[in-house]
Design a binder for this molecule. Structure first.
Ligand code: 5GP
Ligand code: ZN
Length: 114
């Protein structure tokens, strides 16, 4: 097993508050939530970031987005909305180098980001 935190969460080695899991992806609450709803959706396959995803990743990329949307609706975010964020590399603010979608909801979020 590599030393990637999210690979270890996907493998069940590091515990996480999982809200969804299937063969290809997992969703879990963020350890340091920035909104009343803040969860992450990640592929079980290690992909460093969105910019390094490949053509063969098209299926999982679509599934990550659709799962993020479905879980947000299930958590009651449909009426007031939510933010779906993918930070990418240093200038994008990525701190964990395993592709993930943040889903934030439950309060009004400022824009633009700082
Ligand atoms: P990034 O800055 O890379 O877009 O976001 C990484 C996110 O992962 C951060 O919001 C951080 O709080 C979260 N995170 C980092 N380590 C862990 C962990 O071990 N467990 C969980 N649940 N979240 C984590
Ligand atoms: Zn990984």
């Amino acid at each position: 097993m590599n030393d990637c935190i999210f690979c270890q969460i996907a493998a069940g080695i590091i515990p996480a508050a999982k809200i969804y899991e299937d063969a290809e992806l997992i969703a879990f609450n963020d350890l340091n939530p920035q909104a009343p709803v803040h969860f992450l959706v990640i592929p079980k396959k290690h992909i460093n970031n969105l910019m390094e995803a490949e053509h063969t990743d098209i299926h999982i990329l679509g599934k990550l987005l659709y799962t993020a949307q479905t879980l947000a609706v299930q958590l009651g975010c449909e009426q007031k909305g939510a933010r779906f964020v993918i930070n990418c590399k240093d200038d994008g603010g990525q701190t964990v180098n395993h592709l993930h979608i943040h889903v934030l909801a439950g309060r009004a979020l400022a824009w633009p980001p700082g």
